[in-house]
Design a protein around this ligand. Structure first.
Ligand SMILES: [Zn+2]
Ligand SMILES: [Zn+2]
Length: 318
C-alpha cells in the first residue's frame, strides 16, 4: 500500500513565491503588478489572475559520492636493454604531494623513474658476451699442418707435424661474441609503470531528473543536496518500488514523468555499477508543479514548486 502525497495547491505555491519575490525585489513586483494611482499591496496579486496554465510534473532525486582516484590499481613491468631505457618517458613523484586528478594531464599509469633496476642478463649470465668453441681451430687453440720433409741424402719424403697458435682465438680455443640480448651491456633494465598517486577526493553529487524541462535542475539538485529535510518527497529504496507506486503516490502520471523515471533508473544503474561511485541516499520522488504566469504588464514567467503541500520549495525566472 502506498500513501498518496499531498500536492501543494496553486494558491499556496503562488503565495510562497510572491513573498519571496517581494523580499528579493519589491520594486520590481510593484512595477509588474501595481496599479497607477493605487497603493501597492501584495494581497491584491492572486494566482487566479496571473497563472495562465499549470502542469503537474515530477522530479526524482538521489545523491552519490564519487571518489576521484587513486583510480587504476596494479602495476605493469617492462624489461628492456640498456639503450632503450632512455627512450621511455619517466615520471617522478618522490616527495611530491598527491596529485589532483582534475589537473593531471597525462596517462593514469606512467613509468616511474625511481623504479628502474638493473637485472643481470640471463642469456649471458651478466658477462655481456657469449663464449663458444673457436671454429678456426675447432677449440684446440692450435693450427696444425703436415709438412712433407725430405730427409737425408736420399731425400726420403716424410710427413712431419707442425703447429702454431690459432690467430682467431689467440691460442685459447674459445671465441667470444657480444650477447645479442643485452648487447654486451651485462644488464637488462626493469622499471614499473605505476598509477599516478592521485589524491582521493570524495565528492557528493546530487542527481536530479525532472519531467518539467526546467533550467533549474542544477540549482534544485544543489538545494536538495543541502536541504533535503526542507522538502517532502516520497522515499523509495529501489526503482522497482518507485515504478510500481509512483502514480498512486503522486495521484497523477504522464508520458514525460514515465520517461523521466526510466532515465533516472538508467542513471541510477550506471552509478550502481561504477566502482568509483556510491549511492548515498534513498530515491526521492517529488511532486513538481509547473505554472506559466503573466504579470499585469504582460511579462511572462515560469514558476515551479517542488515538494508536498507540507514542505515545498519554489523556483522562478521572474
Ligand atoms: Zn682458435
Ligand atoms: Zn647478455
Amino acid at each position: 500500500m502506498s500513501v498518496r502525497i499531498k500536492t501543494p495547491n496553486l494558491d499556496e505555491i503562488f503565495e510562497k513565491w510572491k513573498q519571496k519575490a517581494a523580499r528579493i525585489d519589491r520594486k520590481k513586483m510593484e512595477k509588474q503588478f501595481g496599479t497607477k494611482g493605487a497603493a501597492f499591496s501584495l494581497d491584491a496579486i492572486s494566482a487566479a489572475e496571473y497563472v495562465k496554465d499549470t502542469m503537474k510534473e515530477a522530479a526524482i532525486y538521489f545523491a552519490v559520492k564519487r571518489s576521484l582516484g587513486p583510480a587504476p590499481k596494479g602495476k605493469e613491468e617492462n624489461l628492456v636493454a640498456a639503450p632503450r631505457v632512455g627512450r621511455e618517458q619517466f615520471y617522478s613523484f618522490k616527495g611530491a604531494t598527491k596529485i589532483n586528478k582534475e589537473n593531471w594531464n597525462g596517462d593514469e599509469k606512467v613509468p616511474q623513474f625511481e623504479s628502474i633496476q638493473a637485472v643481470s642478463c640471463k642469456t649471458c649470465k651478466g658477462k655481456g658476451y657469449l663464449e663458444s668453441k673457436c671454429k678456426t681451430c675447432k677449440g684446440t687453440g692450435k693450427i696444425e699442418e703436415t709438412f712433407t720433409v725430405l730427409v737425408g741424402e736420399e731425400q726420403n719424403k716424410e710427413k712431419k707435424l707442425f703447429s702454431y697458435p690459432c690467430g682467431a682465438c689467440y691460442g685459447t680455443g674459445n671465441r667470444t661474441e657480444p650477447c645479442k640480448d643485452c648487447g654486451g651491456h651485462k644488464n637488462m633494465y626493469k622499471y614499473d609503470i605505476l598509477p599516478v598517486p592521485f589524491k582521493t577526493v570524495i565528492t557528493g553529487v546530487p542527481i536530479l531528473h525532472s519531467s518539467a524541462q526546467t533550467k533549474y535542475e542544477k540549482e534544485i539538485g544543489d538545494d536538495l543536496h543541502s536541504m533535503i529535510e526542507d522538502v517532502e518527497g516520497i522515499r523509495f529504496s529501489d526503482f522497482k518500488e518507485l515504478e510500481s507506486k509512483s502514480e498512486a503516490s503522486l495521484g497523477y502520471m504522464n508520458k514525460n514523468i514515465s520517461k523521466t523515471i526510466s532515465a533516472a533508473r538508467s542513471d541510477y544503474k550506471k552509478h550502481e555499477k561504477d566502482n568509483d561511485s556510491q549511492i548515498t541516499t534513498q530515491i526521492y520522488l517529488f511532486p513538481m508543479i509547473q505554472m506559466l504566469c503573466e504579470t499585469k504588464k504582460g511579462q511572462k514567467f515560469e514558476l515551479y514548486s517542488l515538494g508536498s503541500g507540507n514542505k515545498f520549495m519554489t523556483y522562478s525566472n521572474f
